[in-house]
Design a protein around this ligand. Structure first.
Ligand code: A2P
Length: 327
């Protein structure tokens, strides 16, 4: 039995942490909930019991014996408070962007690189939602054929932008101006996720590039990405175009995808079977379909993956990391 803290418990991902810990019956002795000052003194339900939400400040942390802290309260909160939790003995599993590229912090998708958990300094990072769902098929392709180049094009749901993103889509239906996104998201697509960098890419795009290299242990992999917010409530879709190092037989690739943990092959053109957000919503697995040869290059392959960005893309992956650490 473990003492668990959730930082950002009132947010989209924080609430999913609670749901999934309950669903999977994770052995919890004490549960401590943290959020911003705004939520101090409010209560959240877990297993039919109400738990107090406390402000994330050192005074509220130091008197508790926390084994693991699950963070999803934004990068700044993680940068400031992850070291404070580790100072008092907790291991932090952080969903934000703050620590992912730190060389002493493992960046983990449990089906892909659990071995990287062997050494850490108390902080473990959960990858970006759009990176996580691409990793299982790409690891299979890397292990069997080698990877040369990856082109990501994403279709990302508003829930990835937190409660503000969901409100912008819902309110946008009645013409209310957005507060989270720079433009209306209802009846629109926005080719910008996160801020712009000097090189013309958005931060989300560069996260996908750098995190993929780190998780797959290949700094020389050629990767590019275009990330787009679409008016879907939940579940990200991704078109991934891949150049493999070696040629492949399509049936073998399909067979490999069909026999992989955490991946569901959903691909049958005759019956119009392909992954969509409404299929993946609430599910644990990554769905893969539209698997076909890219005839325009040597050893080219196209795939389409969809996953629940709040579950496998965030809370579930973090809890799978927790389960891997405690098993
Ligand atoms: P609060 O609800 O008190 O603002 P989302 O991404 O879904 O909007 O959720 C963000 C989460 O991060 C919420 O739980 C929010 O708490 C929490 N949060 C935001 N700012 C801070 C902060 N400075 N310290 C601790 N938690 C924070």
């Amino acid at each position: 039995m473990y003492n668990i803290a959730i930082v950002g418990a009132t947010g989209n991902v924080g609430r999913k942490f609670l749901n999934i810990l309950e669903e999977r019956n994770f052995p919890i002795k004490e549960l401590y909930l943290f959020a911003s000052k705004k939520s101090n003194g409010s209560y959240l339900k877990f297993k039919n019991k109400s738990y107090l939400v406390e402000e994330t400040i050192e005074d509220n942390i130091k008197n508790k014996k926390i084994d693991y802290a699950l963070f999803s309260a934004g990068g700044e909160t993680s940068l400031k408070y992850a070291p404070i939790f580790t100072k008092y003995g907790a291991i932090v599993i952080d969903n934000s962007n703050a620590w992912r590229m730190d060389k002493d912090v493992p960046l983990i998708v449990p089906e892909v690189n659990p071995e990287d958990l062997k050494s850490h300094n108390g902080i473990i990072a959960n990858p970006n939602c759009s990176t996580i769902q691409a990793m299982i098929p790409l690891k299979i392709l890397k292990d069997n054929y080698g990877l040369k180049r990856i082109i990501y094009s994403t279709y990302q749901a508003v829930s990835g932008a937190g409660i503000g993103g969901i409100n912008d889509l819902k309110n946008g239906i009645s013409g209310i101006s957005p507060t989270k996104f720079p433009y209306p998201i209802f009846n629109n697509c926005i080719p910008q996720i996160d801020i712009f960098l000097d090189n013309g890419y958005t931060k989300e795009e560069i996260k996908m590039v750098n995190e993929t290299k780190k998780i797959l242990h290949d700094d020389n992999l050629k990767i590019t990405a275009t990330t787009v917010r679409v008016p879907v409530l939940n579940c990200h879709g991704e078109s991934i175009n891949i150049e493999l190092l070696n040629d492949y037989n399509l049936k073998d690739v399909i067979n490999l995808f069909n026999n992989s943990k955490g991946l569901i092959l959903y691909d049958e053109k005759e019956s119009l079977k392909y992954p969509m957000p409404i299929l993946a919503d609430g599910k644990d697995e990554v769905y893969i379909g539209r698997v076909r040869r890219d005839f325009s290059v040597d050893n080219g392959l196209n795939i389409w993956v969809v996953a629940d960005n709040l579950r496998k893309g965030a809370a579930l992956n973090a809890i799978q990391i927790l389960e891997t650490l405690t098993n």
